[in-house]
Design a binder for this molecule. Structure first.
Ligand SMILES: C[C@@H]1N[C@H](CN)[C@@H](O)[C@H](O)[C@@H]1O
Length: 450
């Protein structure tokens, strides 16, 4: 990267983050035992009136299964006899958890950072968190410090390690009110008591002290009575982790970068530094009810990654491990597919940036960007990369600003044949690889590097 974007609060965003382009989110918890939700749809594209009673997020099982008459409520009574949610902590064994295997796969897939849940809304900590007594995975269930285990494996492979923390909801230490509608989340759901604010602050500070996380990924905001603590906490964080980055879900207190989630908060995707997060499927926690129709396939995941990167963002793609610690085969297959694709195209993704406005038309013959063919662009200091998919007959005319590309240098497609010829409004490219659903990156030299 030659120009580090300024964050929304003016602090230069560390280059490692804006160069990373791709991270892996991991939602793993007691909710991974029932692993049950209705795959109703994507956040931001699903009727909020039905969202909570038919929540596709399996990690919301505690809440959803308490909404009388909801399918999750019926399921919990039919299968578990309405037993207490905390039984799932003791049923969570993680007996097949192999953090090295996860980290190997994430690294091969081209991810540069990994962000696991350390405490989700159910309040169950994946480390020996202060204030939790034995209600954590060190003393019950897995009987392991899962945060430390994954941090070690990820960092041993040169990836950065961040932590997800649910500051705004904690159905154990905070409020245990069932949330039935978005409008009620502040009234019923989010704890604002001073005791909880101190509890959450102590836990985030413990995460910083123990693991030096490269990303502080808070969710659902921060308790009102704890807002005054945040400037000092952030200062302590940056002193401990000078290249650390903080997301934007602290009720406006601070942000190094902005986030969107599935289709929600997409307006944030114009920031200097931003990140879209979503699951491989419709849930972050593993949902046994998801079928192929609910999941991204490899081409869909790669197109999402390339589209996000072409617009200057990072993709934080979530996997939801099963309770035993294995990654669901269908989710693993997507990461393996991305890994295979990255062997030819990583250079066109990592440490790139968008083309300047007007340098190229994203969508080939059609300006809406959806083709056919499907076209997206990235660039680095010396090259422009055209990602092309679905080009009929493997041919496409890429509309680019005259003078952008160096006509004297042949186009390249790593691992595959490609030909290119200048035409009146751009360049015509041809390769059998360009007709596939999976995008292929054609590399051009820039007429004016830099
Ligand atoms: C990354 C996601 N964030 C939402 C809140 N928008 C959470 O409610 C959800 O469970 C998941 O952690």
């Amino acid at each position: 990267m030659t120009d580090d974007p300024q964050s929304p609060t003016g602090r230069p965003v560390p280059a490692w983050f804006t160069d990373a382009k791709f991270g892996i989110f991991v939602h793993w918890g007691a909710y991974s035992v029932p692993a049950w939700a209705e795959p109703t749809g994507e956040l931001g594209a699903t009727d909020p009136e039905v969202w909570f009673a038919h929540n596709p997020y399996a990690e919301w099982y505690w809440n959803t299964s308490q909404i009388e008459g909801s399918p999750a409520w019926e399921h919990h009574r039919a299968v578990y006899g309405g037993r207490p949610y905390d039984d799932f902590l003791d049923l969570w064994r993680a007996e097949s958890f192999d953090p090295g295997d996860w980290a190997d796969l994430f690294a091969r897939a081209g991810a540069r950072y990994v962000v696991p849940t350390t405490k989700h809304h159910d309040g169950i900590a994946l480390w020996d968190a202060p204030g939790t007594g034995t209600r954590n995975t060190v003393h019950r269930g897995p009987r392991r410090d899962l945060v430390a285990d994954l941090a070690g494996a990820v960092r041993a492979r040169g990836l950065r390690f961040g932590v997800y923390y649910s500051g705004g909801l904690d159905w154990y230490a905070g409020r245990r009110a069932v949330i039935r509608h978005e409008d009620r989340i502040d009234d019923y759901g989010r704890p604002h008591e001073a005791a909880y604010a101190a509890y959450a602050l102590r836990q985030v500070r413990d995460l910083i002290d123990r693991y030096r996380p490269d990303v502080l990924w808070n969710d659902i905001g921060w308790p009102d009575l704890g807002m005054a603590d945040l400037p000092g906490m952030f200062a302590g964080y940056y002193a401990a982790v000078p290249e650390g980055v903080v997301n934007d879900r602290w009720d406006g207190a601070h942000a190094d970068y902005l986030t969107s989630e599935y289709q929600a908060n997409r307006q944030n995707e114009t920031a200097a530094a931003w990140e879209n997060c979503r699951g491989v499927g419709l849930s972050f926690g593993y949902n046994r009810n998801e079928g192929p129709e609910d999941l991204l396939d490899t081409a869909g995941a790669v197109r999402l990654l390339v589209d996000v990167v072409s617009r200057g963002g990072n993709l934080l793609l979530n996997v939801g491990p099963k309770a035993d610690g294995t990654l669901p085969e269908e989710q693993r297959a997507v990461l393996e597919g991305i890994a295979s694709w990255m062997t030819h195209h990583a250079a066109a993704v990592h440490a790139t940036r968008p083309l300047e406005p007007g340098d190229a038309v994203p969508g080939g013959e059609t300006a809406d960007g959806e083709g056919p063919p499907w076209v997206r662009w990235t660039r680095d200091d010396r090259h422009a990369y055209a990602f092309v998919a679905g080009a009929p007959g493997g041919e496409a005319v890429l509309k680019v600003r005259p003078g952008l590309l160096d006509p004297a240098t042949a186009a390249r497609l790593d691992g595959g044949p490609v030909s290119a010829a200048a035409v009146s409004d751009g360049v015509r490219v041809a390769s059998p690889w360009l007709d596939a659903p999976l995008p292929a990156a054609v590399r051009f030299s820039l007429a004016s590097p830099g």
